[in-house]
Design a protein around this ligand. Structure first.
Ligand SMILES: Nc1ncnc2c1ncn2[C@@H]1O[C@H](COP(=O)(O)OP(=O)(O)OP(=O)(O)O)[C@@H](O)[C@H]1O
Ligand SMILES: [Mg+2]
Length: 489
């Protein structure tokens, strides 16, 4: 029996197995084939973190996590497990939950701005190649130099049009701007909008502090992002979560070796992060995962096979739960063997064989001990969750959203003056000036050329005025150190 109240008991073998709060920011892995118990394990972990006051964030990929606010007791499998494991402190209970939804339907809307997302991650969402990505970076640079805010998709669209039209002049300063690349980015944007991705960009942008809440009893808030619809655009889903990680990394101060994490971030369907990712991006992800630890954030990847993750990332995941894997084909068998080899061996256990024999809710578990070394892998039953497995009804969900302290803040989309409005206004003004010039009776023979010059001059002075007015540091960001996005203003 584990006597430390803070220890996060997640499984039971002969004895209880617990993640140590001080080691929880050394990241983790939950792996296993479909239906073997990964989501239930994630939930058990989340509840334990909440209990000791650690807020968590997780994406609800299948819509089966929304029962967390309500006490369990309805699942026969769970009650049986409670009895057979003889769990002493077990009590059915709900946990504080905040629902989030990019589409604003199943939770508070989650938004970010185009400039916070930055050209690298945006390029990934738009599936741009290297050259097109280069042009997108340049478009950000022009916006920065001109003091134009990029908040939503229409800002970016307006900016692209502007850069496309002014390409001959801009090229002198910024280098080659190919019309084909501008076109490719525009097509990418169109596609993103068709998928409903436009809704994600705008204000008020998510304030990460809002994810770090505890309730009146000191329990950590479980943030649940509705991800069923989001997952239909796998790149948007993966990049969005990656953006959150990088934001957490950028914004949170160093904590050294914390007593417990500041936040635990569960990354479900983690393989999507690495699927045909360019090497440079994988390198950055690896870097974020390595460095975010010192900010007190633990990242737990959930995926079918540990080999879905690059070795550099896998090597950093200290707390591991491996559910059953299937071994039907020789290829499966090789994957099982390789997965087995990622554990610290236990002389009493044939890991490769056991992996294929595990029941639902049973797993091979290894956690980090006080010194940070992985414990020998053990075969154990995962403790069942205390909250309800049955998802929230629409009414239950609505009630929780409405009763949340954040209700009303993110629900209202604000559209302040940014690139789109300014460029539109500028174009309107130029149009007016052109008309005036053309209407002048003493117009010289080359009036058209003069009008043309005037447009350029007007554009320049407008840009200058705006530039000095708004300040030039708008899109230059600290985040640039990793992903080239902007600092929050
Ligand atoms: N630790 C457990 N205690 C009791 N029952 C469990 C446990 N783990 C899993 N189960 C039962 O098994 C079912 C399937 O588990 P779960 O949804 O976690 O699988 P999964 O690995 O997430 O599957 P998928 O890959 O399809 O998402 C649960 O609904 C629950 O009934
Ligand atoms: Mg699942």
């Amino acid at each position: 029996m584990n006597t430390d109240a803070a220890a996060l008991v997640i499984a039971k073998s002969k004895a209880e197995i617990a993640i140590l709060p001080g080691m929880a920011n050394r990241h983790g892995l939950i792996a296993g084939a479909t239906g073997t118990g990964k989501t239930v394990t994630l939930r058990t972990m989340a509840e334990q973190f909440s209990r000791i006051g650690v807020p968590v964030f997780m994406a609800d990929v299948k819509g089966d996590l929304s029962g967390v606010p309500f006490p369990g007791g309805e699942s026969v499998r769970v009650t049986e497990r409670v009895r057979s494991l003889e769990l002493e402190d077990f009590r059915f209970q709900g946990f504080p939950v905040m629902f989030w939804d990019v589409f604003g339907e199943q939770g508070h809307p989650v938004r970010t701005t185009i400039s916070e997302m930055g050209p690298l991650l945006l390029g990934r969402i738009l599936t741009l190649n290297e050259i097109q990505g280069g042009v997108l970076t340049l478009v950000f640079k022009v916006a920065d130099d001109e003091g134009l805010l990029l908040l939503d998709l229409k800002d970016l669209r307006a900016m692209l049009q502007f850069v496309g039209e002014q390409a001959p002049q801009l090229q002198k300063q910024y280098g080659n701007i190919s019309a084909a690349s501008i076109g490719a980015i525009q097509r990418g944007l169109l596609h993103l909008e068709e998928q409903g991705g436009g809704i994600f960009f705008g204000e008020p942008a998510l304030n990460l502090e809002d994810l770090l809440q505890t309730d009146a009893d000191g329990r950590g808030v479980v943030n649940i992002l509705a991800a069923d619809r989001l997952l239909q655009s796998p790149k948007l889903y993966a990049t969005f979560l990656l953006w959150m990680l990088s934001e957490l990394f950028e914004r949170l101060p160093e904590t050294g070796d914390p007593e417990k994490p500041r936040l635990v971030f569960f990354f479900d369907e983690a393989h999507l992060l690495f699927n045909d990712s360019p090497k440079a991006l994988v390198g950055k992800i690896e870097q974020v995962v390595r460095l975010i630890r010192s900010k007190g954030v633990g990242v737990y990847f959930i995926t079918q096979n540990p080999l879905d993750l690059p070795e550099t990332v896998l090597g950093q995941l200290g707390n591991r739960v491996q559910h059953a894997l299937r071994a039907f084909t020789p290829r499966d068998q090789r994957a099982v063997k390789a997965a087995a080899e990622t554990f610290r061996a236990n002389p009493g256990l044939n890991v490769a064989r056991v992996i294929t024999e595990l029941e639902v809710g049973e797993a091979l578990v290894s956690v980090l001990d006080k010194k940070g070394a992985p414990t020998p892998v053990e075969r154990a039953y995962i403790c069942p969750p205390q909250s309800r497995l049955t998802p929230a009804t629409t009414d239950e969900r609505r009630r929780i959203i409405r009763e949340s302290i954040l209700y009303g803040h993110y629900e209202k989309n604000v559209d302040r003056e940014s690139a789109y409005e300014i460029l539109k206004e500028r174009a309107g003004r130029q149009q007016k000036e052109v008309t005036e010039v053309l209407a002048q009776p003493q117009r010289p023979a080359d009036g058209r050329t003069q009008a043309g010059n005037l447009i350029a001059a007007a554009a320049k002075s407008a840009a200058h005025a705006i530039g000095s007015q708004v300040g030039r540091q708008i899109i230059r960001g600290v985040l640039g150190s990793l992903f080239g996005g902007a600092k929050k203003r």
